[in-house]
Every structure is written in structure tokens, then in C-alpha cells.
Design a protein around this ligand. Structure first.
Ligand code: FEA
Length: 135
């Protein structure tokens, strides 16, 4: 399960968001590598915690920009973020109860969600934010 490295096709034309997305793709790749290499519970949990934290920060930043500029699709966008956070929590719980047995199906879901969300949902705010002076 390769996680794509950020490239221009992921750009949402807003620098801060592009930077966050690069970082999120990188963390999820490291999480995947850690699970596959069986680097151990502690390493994997630390990377998962980093993913949870960074996701929280990124969603707050993005939602703040959309709110501030009265983006019409804000509510639906936030609902999508909640779905991702719930799945992340599911992964966290599974790893708590069965350390060393990370559910790859959830990890795969998170990776696919991230790629799809950036390319098909986040990109919908590019023109709106740019028109509001956010680049
Ligand atoms: Fe709407 Fe941005 O959120 N990318 N992620 N995750």
C-alpha cells in the first residue's frame, strides 16, 4: 500500500494547506511503514498520535479559513472531517486493545480517504479562497 508523495496534482492553491497536506501524507506513510516493519508498539503509537494531532490542527486551520470567508460548502466539508476523525479514533482504539495487530483495512481506508479528500473535496475551495485573498 504505497502512499503517494505530494506533487502538484495535490495542490489546492493555498500554501498553508498544501504544506499541511504534504505533512499528513508523510505521516501516514511513516505510520504504514512502521506497521509493516513491525517497529514496535511504541513507535507506531507515537506516529499515530502525531497523525491525530496534526489532523486536528490542519482541520482547524482549514475550517477557520472556510468559515472566515463564508464558504458555502462549509457544513458538508466539516462533516467529512468528522468522518475521518471517527475512523482515526477507531484505529486508535483497535491499537489500544490489540497492540501489534494493526487493522490494515482501517489504515488503508484512512490513506484512501486522505488522497481522495485532498484531490476531490479540498480542491473545491481553491477558487473561493483565492478570490478572498488567501493563497
Ligand atoms: Fe478538508 Fe485537508 O482537509 N486534508 N486533509 N486531510
Amino acid at each position: 500500500m504505497a502512499v503517494p508523495i505530494w506533487n502538484e496534482s495535490f495542490s489546492v492553491k493555498v500554501k498553508r494547506c498544501d504544506e499541511d497536506h504534504k505533512k499528513l501524507l508523510d505521516i501516514i506513510q511513516r505510520l504504514h511503514d512502521s506497521v509493516i516493519a513491525r517497529h514496535g508498539e511504541i513507535d507506531t503509537k507515537a506516529i499515530l498520535a502525531e497523525l491525530v494531532d496534526y489532523t486536528e490542527t490542519h482541520f482547524k486551520t482549514e475550517e477557520g479559513m472556510l468559515e472566515q470567508t463564508k464558504f458555502p460548502g462549509l457544513e458538508r466539508h466539516c462533516q467529512q472531517h468528522e468522518t475521518f476523525k471517527a475512523k482515526l479514533e477507531e484505529l486508535k482504539q483497535s491499537m489500544e486493545y490489540a497492540p501489534g495487530d494493526t487493522p490494515m483495512a482501517i489504515l488503508q481506508y484512512l490513506k484512501n480517504w486522505l488522497v481522495r479528500h485532498i484531490k476531490m473535496v479540498d480542491c473545491q475551495y481553491s477558487a473561493h479562497l483565492n478570490a478572498n485573498g488567501i493563497h
